[in-house]
Design a protein around this ligand. Structure first.
Ligand SMILES: [Zn+2]
Ligand SMILES: [Zn+2]
Length: 379
């Protein structure tokens, strides 16, 4: 709050008393890092029914515009802003351009709804997020470095101003709804950013915790082969042994013991792509893009998810099932799993009791479950 007061004073000193609106607060301060082109400057119309947002928000949602295409100077980017506002306000009947901010390939940031107005860019999280669109089509190429640098500076500035929480997370639009946005290339790029979150918000009531290999104390894999994605199958397992784990600590121990065992079989790593604990945590095994060892002939065609415990008679807790389904949706959204994937239990691929009768009965009610046996000759 102190920091914000200082900025207000600085801004007032810098602009006399003519500063039109606190929404461009800090502009004078940040112009050396990047330009923020105001609504007036790009000739935006006023919002019809602005809704003030409770800040700080904890989420930043990244978009691409797809259309309009990339713009490389203020004139073209301003025209892009006006055309997006036209579509959102006139065609869609929204209050205003949907995004809080846009960033052009000219390296300028463009004010949309600004820091403290609820946007219309990501249904379900609009009132708790800042939506930033990187103008252009970023399906197969990444935006110019300056465009990405400005995006990061803009986010950092939102944190400094107190509109974005210091422990914010970044997600791509596709993590909120089934959409290609923000483009595959840009999505891959933002997934390397510090604050990127793998959490999927689409259709998920409670986001689930994902524990990385590092977090559960994995030893490095000794044999890593790429998995050709998207895969057409998701194969569900239980561990039988180790037994169900109910705390993060127990589940981490279970992961280590499985990795240890699989390494002793010379598999080069834990066999599964992901495991899930009874407490609802997801644990990274080989991850989305490495070939697993979990289902013989289906290894090269599937993602294997293991529900830690013995689920022959007892049913896995709901939290565990929710996380498993969320993991599958995430895999579809991030391109590792085909949108038309088939879901099977391990016993449909090989002669095994896995994933246990109780668990198999449950997954047989899920979307994409297929009764048929896996047949490598039909692939
Ligand atoms: Zn989007
Ligand atoms: Zn199995």
């Amino acid at each position: 709050m102190i920091q914000r007061t200082v900025l207000v004073l600085l801004a007032i000193f810098a602009c006399g008393f003519s500063l039109p609106n606190p929404r461009i607060l800090g502009n004078e301060y940040l112009y050396k890092e990047f330009n923020l082109i105001t609504r007036e400057a790009w000739s935006g119309r006023p919002a019809r029914q602005p809704t003030r947002m409770v800040t700080p928000v904890d989420l930043v949602v990244i978009h691409h515009s797809y259309q309009p295409r990339a713009c490389f100077n203020i004139r073209d980017c301003s025209a892009a802003m006006r055309s997006m506002q036209d579509v959102h306000q006139i065609t869609n009947g929204w209050s205003d351009i949907g995004y809080n901010f846009a960033v052009g390939s000219d390296g300028n940031a463009y004010e949309g709804r600004g820091w403290d107005q609820v946007g219309a860019h990501a249904v379900g999280v609009n009132s708790r997020s800042i939506g930033i669109v990187l103008i252009g089509d970023w399906v197969s190429v990444v935006p110019p470095a300056i465009q990405m640098a400005t995006t990061r500076k803009l986010i950092a500035f939102g944190v400094k101003l107190g509109y974005i929480s210091p422990d914010y997370r970044i997600v791509g639009h596709r993590q909120v709804k089934p959409t290609e946005c923000p483009g595959e290339a840009l999505f891959q790029e933002i997934s390397t950013w510090d604050r990127f979150s793998t959490v999927v918000y689409v259709g998920v009531q409670k986001p689930y915790p994902l524990y990385t290999r590092e977090e559960w104390g994995a030893v490095p894999a000794t044999d890593v082969q790429p998995l050709k994605t998207p895969v057409p199958y998701v194969i569900i397992h239980h561990t039988y042994i180790p037994e169900a784990c109910n705390t993060t600590q127990q589940c981490k121990t279970a992961m280590k013991s499985m990795q240890n065992y699989h390494n002793s079989l010379d598999w080069g790593d834990i066999g599964y792509h992901f495991c899930v604990g009874s407490e609802g945590g997801a644990y990274e095994g080989r991850g989305w893009h490495n070939r697993g060892i979990h289902a013989g002939p289906a290894n090269g065609l599937s993602v294997g998810i293991c529900l830690i415990g013995d689920w022959r008679v007892e049913q896995p807790p709901q939290e565990m099932l929710d996380t498993t389904q969320s993991l599958i949706s995430e895999g579809v959204l991030n391109g590792a799993i085909s949108p038309s994937y088939k879901l099977q239990g391990h016993s449909q691929v090989m002669a095994t009791e896995c994933p246990g009768t109780a668990l198999l009965n449950i997954i047989s009610t899920w979307d994409h479950f297929t009764e048929e046996k896996f047949d490598i000759n039909k692939q």
